[in-house]
Every structure is written in C-alpha cells, then in structure tokens.
Design a protein around this ligand. Structure first.
Ligand SMILES: [Ca+2]
Ligand SMILES: [Ca+2]
Ligand SMILES: [Ca+2]
Ligand SMILES: [Ca+2]
Length: 233
C-alpha cells in the first residue's frame, strides 16, 4: 500500500511535460496578444512560490502561453504586479532584484548544471527588454540578440511578448553561433518565472511554473534538472 501512496503523491508533484503547438504564422512581437497562435494556445499558470513569503492578494498573478516555429520559441506572459521597479540602473548589477521575467531554456533537455556553462540558459528579461544571464566566466552577460521582446503595461497588468532563439550547448562567446532550426517532435527543457520586487532592496518573491522539491526552491539559475520538458508539436 505504502509504495502506491508514495507513487501517487510523487505524481502529484512531478514536473509536467508541456506541449507547444506550431505557429502557422509568426506572431508580431508588439506586446499585443492578438496573433492567431497566441489566441489558439492555452494559458498555463505561474503559481509556484520559489522564494519569499506567501503573497497577499494583488501582489502577483501570472500566466503564460507558448508556441513555436522553426526560428523561435514564442512566450506570451501576462503578469499582474502591483508595483514595477528597476532599482539597479546598471543592467548587469543584481538584475534579479528588479522586476523581471525569467525564461529557462535547455536546448537538448539534458538537465544538469548550467551556472557557468551554456548547457542551459536562465534569461532574465528586464523591464527595459535587456536580457542577461551568467556566462562561462561566472559573470553576467547581455544576450539581447537572443530574444525579441516587447511589453505593454496597463495599470497593474503587463503583457510580455517574447521570441527566443534557441542556442545549443556548443555556444561559444564572441564567435558566430547559429541557433537551432526547431522541428516538430523536438524536446526542450523549459521553465518560466517572475522576479517580483515592489519596495525592497532585494526581490520579495520569485514565482515559477514548476514545482521544486525541498527547502531551497531557487534552483533554476544553476541547474536545468528542475525544468519541465517541453515538446514541440
Ligand atoms: Ca503580438
Ligand atoms: Ca508585487
Ligand atoms: Ca543542455
Ligand atoms: Ca513588482
């Protein structure tokens, strides 16, 4: 009986396999969720608190949709956040303590450590659209050319529309790197999260889309093991 119960409990928390449908027409990255692929995709929740105290009503609410074509993984995120702040004028300085969208990509779904390698990516896209991650020298780099992004904020609601080129783990700094041509049936490692700060020196909450076991849930920036599998359909 006990093994069955353990299996059932484990299945409740197992990282889900996500599916993204192919966009027959590429969306226009303008922050408007009016493209056919955006309308057709299903909303998925960003509801797992990875860092910080339980949040009060109105502090944060997030959901996202995915689609793809041969050139990009398209991420549409709708974030409700009571206060948007950017307290680090230098985009390479503690960018995770400003409000930002974080997209985790592991091109070959290998899992494993990626803190100081390109085995996987933890792209932090800031309010100004600048996109950052740690490079192999353990220092933050800009990877603005890896993503096309646009956000529109109305009141407390921000729609982020982003197109991420998918770079393999053979990526080398300052060399010509070619993103993958995405194909039906390809499986990526993927996660999405939001760094929410409203008024503190450090971010108040970090909310992701996948359940992370254990006490320390802030794992995605260093290991791709917690990412979901994302199948391109
Ligand atoms: Ca659009
Ligand atoms: Ca907030
Ligand atoms: Ca990898
Ligand atoms: Ca905020």
């Amino acid at each position: 009986m006990l093994p069955i119960v353990i299996t059932l409990i484990a299945s409740l928390f197992a990282t889900p396999t996500l599916v993204a449908n192919k966009a027959t027409k590429a969306p226009i990255i303008d922050g408007k969720p009016t493209d056919a692929c955006s309308k057709a995709a299903t909303w998925l929740p960003i509801d797992q608190v990875w860092l910080g105290k339980p949040m009060a009503k109105g502090d944060f609410k997030g959901r996202y949709k995915l689609s793809w074509d041969s050139k990009y993984l398209y991420v549409l995120a709708e974030i409700e956040d009571d206060t948007l702040i950017d307290i680090h004028p230098d985009g390479l300085d503690k960018y995770w303590d400003d409000d930002c969208l974080e997209i985790f990509i592991d091109a070959d779904a290998s899992g494993g450590d990626h803190l100081a390698s390109y085995n996987a990516w933890a792209y932090h896209t800031a309010l100004d659209g600048k996109t950052t991650d740690f490079g192999p020298n353990s220092k933050p780099h800009y990877y603005n050319e890896h993503v096309i992004t646009k956000r529109i904020t109305k009141g407390n609601k921000t729609v982020w529309e982003c197109a991420y080129a998918i770079y393999p783990d053979t990526y080398v700094d300052r060399e010509k790197n070619t993103p993958l041509t995405l194909k039906k049936g390809h499986t990526l490692g993927f996660a999405i999260a939001y760094c929410d700060n409203d008024k503190s020196p450090e971010r108040e909450n970090f909310i992701g889309n996948v359940f992370v076991a254990g006490e320390d849930k802030n794992q995605g920036y260093k290991t791709a093991d917690i990412f979901a599998k994302l199948v391109l359909k």
